[in-house]
Design a binder for this molecule. Sequence first.
Ligand SMILES: Cc1ncc(COP(=O)(O)O)c(C=O)c1O
Length: 441
Amino acid sequence: MPTIDNNELTGAPVRRKPKQDVTEIGGHPLSPSTLMMGYGYDPMLSEGSLKPPIFLTSTFAFESAAAGKRHFEGITGKRPGGAEGLVYSRFNGPNQEILEARLGVWEKAEDALVFSSGMSAIATLLLAHVSMNDVIVHSGPLYAATETLIARILSRFGASYVDFPAEASRADMDAILARAKEMAERQGGKVAMVYLESPANPTNALVDVQAMRAAVEAAFDADARPPIAIDNTFLGPLWSAPLRHGADVVLYSLTKYAGGHSDLVAGGVLGSKQWLGPIRMMRNTIGTICDPNTAWMLLRSLETVELRMTRAGENAEKVCAFLRDHPKVEGLGYLGFLKDGPQKDVFDRHCTGAGSTFSLFVKGGEEESFRFLDALRIAKLAVSLGGTETLASHPAAMTHLSVPDERKKALGITDNLVRISIGIEAADDLIADFDQALAAV
Ligand SMILES: Cc1ncc(COP(=O)(O)O)c(C=O)c1O
C-alpha cells in the first residue's frame, strides 16, 4: 500500500493514495454502515488483498533522503499538514490510518486519531492542551481514571479544575465558567478545556452540550475559547454524535461498543484539525498510538457495529421493561425511561437511542447487590461494557472504588447500584437470568 510516486510539481516524493472512495451513488450518500466495508482502503495497493494486511513493521523505508527529510518536517511540525508518508510506527501506520478514516465517517469528523486505550487518548488530549496554571472545567461524574488523571495527576504539574454536575442548567454553566475564568486569571493561566462525559459513567446523567457551547461562546472571545471535549463512549458512534451539538473533540474508549467483543483495548479522538493537530504531535512524542493488530481488529468490529448496537439496544429495552416493576428493584437509570423534564429534553435533542448500559438499583445495599451479582449465570460479573456479552459490575466497589466516599455520595454512586451492559444474546434468556438472580436477593 505505501508505495511512493514522484510529485511532479515539487519533485518531492509522496505516498501513493488509495483510489477515490465511493461515498455516494448518483447523489445518494452512502451510510456509515456501508462505508465500514471498504472506506479508506484500496485492495489494489496491497496485492489485491480484499482485507487490509496487518503491517507489522516498526519503520518504513524512504524512497530517497529528500523524502525522509520532507516526512520529518511534517512529523515535527516544521511544515504544516503533518506527515505525507509513513515514517515510523510510533507516528502512524496503514492499519491505523484506515481505522481513523472509518471512525471519522460516523460523526463526519474532519480528522481522527486512534490510541492504545481510552485512557491514553484522554491523557494525550489533556497533555496536548493543558499547561501549568490552567483550569479544566469538567462535568461529574467522570470515569474514575479520568477523574484521577485530572484531580491527582495533572494537579502535580500545576493545572487545576472546577467541576459541575452533569445535569447542570445553562445558568449553572454560566456560573461555573465565570468561576473558572476568575481562577485562571488569579493563577496566571487560561481556561484550557471544558471536558464532558455524557452519559456519565456510571449514573447515565446527560450533559446539555448545546447549552454548554452557548455558555462557552458567551463567556469567551472567539480567539480565547477553550475547546469542548466529550467522552462519547456510552452512546457512540450510533446513538449520539456530539460534534453536531457543539462539541469540538469527541473521545472514545474503543474498547467498548466500537471494539464490541471484549477482546481489545483502544481509544479514539475525533474532531477538527485545529484541535487534533496538537494531540497528534503529542501522540507522536509519547507514543500512545494503537498497534496495527488492534487497529485491524477494530476495522473488523466496525463492520458490525451498527448491527451489534441495534440488537443490544433492543435487548436492553426488553430487559429494562422486565426490571422496571420488579419488587426487588428500587429503580433504573435507563435513558429509555426518562420522565419529562430537563434530562428528557437533553435526551430528545442529543440522542437517537437509549443505549444498552444502565444502572440497576437493587433494594438494599452492597450485600444485596453482591448476592444478585454472584447469582447471575448468563451475565458475566466483569467491568467494561459494550461487548457482545452481557456484563454486570458494582461501580462503588470496583471501577469507582478510588472515588472518595463523600464524592460518591454526591454523585449518586450508591452501594445498591449495579451497572449492567446488555449484549446481543436472546433477550428472553437474559430476562430469565435476571429473574433468577433477583430471586436470590
Ligand atoms: C466512559 C469511559 N471513558 C473512558 C474509559 C477508559 O477506557 P479504556 O479502558 O479503554 O482505557 C472507560 C472505561 O471503562 C469508560 O467507561
